[in-house]
Write a protein of this length. Structure first.
Lengths: 276, 299
């Protein structure tokens, strides 16, 4: 369709405004994280749009801060454990739902995936109460189990897509050649599905890495913190804004990086050339 | 009976590898539903617990804090849902046509999704600081690039319920914009361009094309955005928790009831009310949209 001059200008203005609104908070986060003290504590003067003396001292302070290192490690442990739990439980289920069209499979798949829509703020108190009685509060395992509850539906959803893209002939050929169902799943299908499952595991990792509600309710009264919980705890000491921003940057970098990696991964054909 | 056994034997492998996921999700769901209902209906009497009892709901109904939170939550969702839809539609229309650098621009517009919600909340906490945050500096005309004084005094953003929730809403909409954009974009790209060109050739104005062709064909995508976003807004926790701590919504009131009032029973009662509200509003939106679509398509 032909574009008039006016619509072009409207489009350009909209684009500039949209990109400005999207980028401004991100720019501010980076700006504050490299600000020196005099650019943050101004004593009533205007806060500069670019720090007077850009510095990495906040990141150096974080490297020397035990609580930060502990929280980062806890976050990492919880995220990795969630990946392990939800992939081990979710992947086989997705395979069964895609390949064995027994009656009710679609209903079951819908049910399993829609558990994700159950509001987390409603489920958090029953879960904390239950975990308290079995001693899972204040533990890496407890938070990882709660995060797996959120991520297993995602894994099933993504893995179902991955398995659907793998031609059925592959299973059948393996089984004609004498492989059992379990053998053909583990030794033939899983290796082909690996790139897609890698994307799923990155997804689970990120979900756990920046999850706040369950981590907060399960860890609030203990000494363990994940990075998001540490951010909230530090907030109550009214810290300098550049420290808050530096932690925010450290928390966001893996997420921003991995999001772009997953985007690329999803586009490469996982099954190209699998069938001879 | 014989057939049932045969069916189980034939699908034994499938059943075996499905069981862990089913037990994990259904088990947790059962525990959650059972526990939240049991807690909400229990009264902590002086001589042990009484069950069932409606006392938690009656106490809440008489609690002004709960009533205020309920009202705040309703208008938070009522304002937020259309806002999420409009930003999604606006962003989608910006990138739907081919232009140079479209891939990069689209990646930039998806960026908010990659920023953790808690980080977005913290950034807004810093920007909307009082008295000396960036936003206050700008509206009081203290920056040279924006020399207009909108207000002569800084606004205490976190000290007023209206502003605190508006800032929370801004953060929520900012972070969710890419999701709405991607859903609407997928809907837009599925529309056959020949139809639009044909209408243009026949003399339809841009507005007519949008109202009569694009909008009805976009209805499923819009419905998806409205349903998903309204659920998200009802239960939104992080932004109001960080940015509007003194003005709780139902979700943040659950946290307060649990940690400050140390009353898991009332917290569960609020959670149950929130769950019912979410189900009700989803059903309502679903049927309203169905009815609307029928009227739109009849034309």
């Amino acid at each position: 369709m032909k574009k008039t001059r006016a619509t072009k200008w409207v489009w350009l203005t909209g684009m500039v405004v949209m990109i400005g609104i999207v980028m401004a908070p991100l720019f501010m986060m980076v700006k504050y994280s490299i600000s020196d003290r005099s650019s943050v504590v101004t004593g009533g003067a205007v806060i500069p749009l670019w720090p007077y003396h850009p510095t990495l001292e906040q990141f150096r302070a974080l490297a020397a801060m035990d609580r930060f290192a502990e929280a980062a490690l806890t976050s990492l442990e919880i995220a990795l454990l969630s990946v392990v739990i939800s992939l081990i439980i979710g992947t086989p289920a997705a395979y069964a739902l895609v390949r064995h069209r027994f009656p009710g499979a679609l209903v079951l798949a819908t049910f399993l995936i829609s558990v994700r829509f159950f509001p987390d703020i409603v489920s958090v108190i029953p879960i904390v109460e239950t975990f308290t009685t079995v001693g899972l509060v204040n533990s890496v395992a407890g938070v990882a189990m709660a995060h797996s509850l959120l991520s297993i539906p995602y894994v099933i959803f993504i893995a179902m897509g991955v398995f659907e893209a793998i031609p059925r002939d592959l299973d059948e050929q393996a089984q004609v050649l004498g492989a059992s169902k379990a053998y053909s799943f583990i030794r033939v299908i899983l290796p082909v599905a690996l790139p897609g499952l890698a994307a799923a595991s990155i997804y689970v990792f990120l979900l756990s890495w920046d999850e706040f509600i369950f981590a907060y309710f399960l860890l609030i009264f203990g000494d363990l913190s994940t990075l998001p919980v540490l951010l909230q705890k530090i907030l109550s000491w009214t810290p300098q804004h550049n420290l808050l921003a530096a932690i925010s940057v450290m928390l966001s970098i893996p997420v921003i990086l991995f999001t772009f990696i997953v985007q690329k991964y999803m586009q490469t054909g996982a099954t190209a050339g699998a069938i001879k | 009976m014989h057939y049932l056994f045969q069916g189980i034997r034939k699908n034994l492998f499938a059943i075996l590898i499905l069981t862990p996921a089913f037990l994990y999700l259904a088990g947790f769901l059962l525990i959650i539903l059972f526990k939240v209902t049991a807690l909400a209906l229990t009264e902590a009497g002086p001589e042990g617990a009484i069950f069932p009892s409606a006392v938690n709901f009656i106490t809440l109904a008489g609690n002004p804090e709960f009533r205020e939170a309920l009202i705040r939550t309703v208008w938070f969702t009522l304002i937020g849902t259309p806002l999420e839809l409009f930003t999604g539609i606006a962003a989608a229309f910006l990138v739907v046509e081919e232009f140079r650098g479209r891939g990069i621009i689209r990646s930039v517009l998806v960026l908010p999704l990659a920023v953790p919600a808690i980080v977005t909340a913290i950034i807004l906490y810093i920007l909307f600081d009082y008295p000396g945050g960036h936003i206050n500096d700008i509206i009081t005309g203290r920056h040279s690039f924006f020399p207009f004084q909108v207000l002569s005094y800084p606004i205490n953003w976190r000290g007023s319920g209206f502003f605190a929730l508006m800032v929370s809403l801004f953060g929520k909409v900012w972070r969710d914009m890419p999701i709405s954009m991607l859903i609407i974009l997928a809907g837009l790209q599925a529309i056959n361009r020949d139809q639009l060109e044909a209408a243009a050739t026949l003399g339809a104005t841009a507005l007519q094309r949008f109202m009569r062709i694009t909008l009805p064909l976009l209805a499923p995508a819009i419905a998806t955005v409205l349903v998903l976003r309204s659920i998200e807004l009802w239960k939104e926790f992080i932004f109001p928790f960080i940015l509007a701590g003194s003005y709780p919504l139902l979700s943040t009131l659950i946290e307060r009831a649990y940690h400050e009032w140390r009353n898991p029973r009332e917290a569960s009662a609020i959670a149950l009310i929130l769950l019912l509200l979410i189900i009700l509003s989803t059903v309502l939106i679903f049927y309203t949209l169905k009815w609307l679509r029928k009227r739109l398509v009849r034309i």
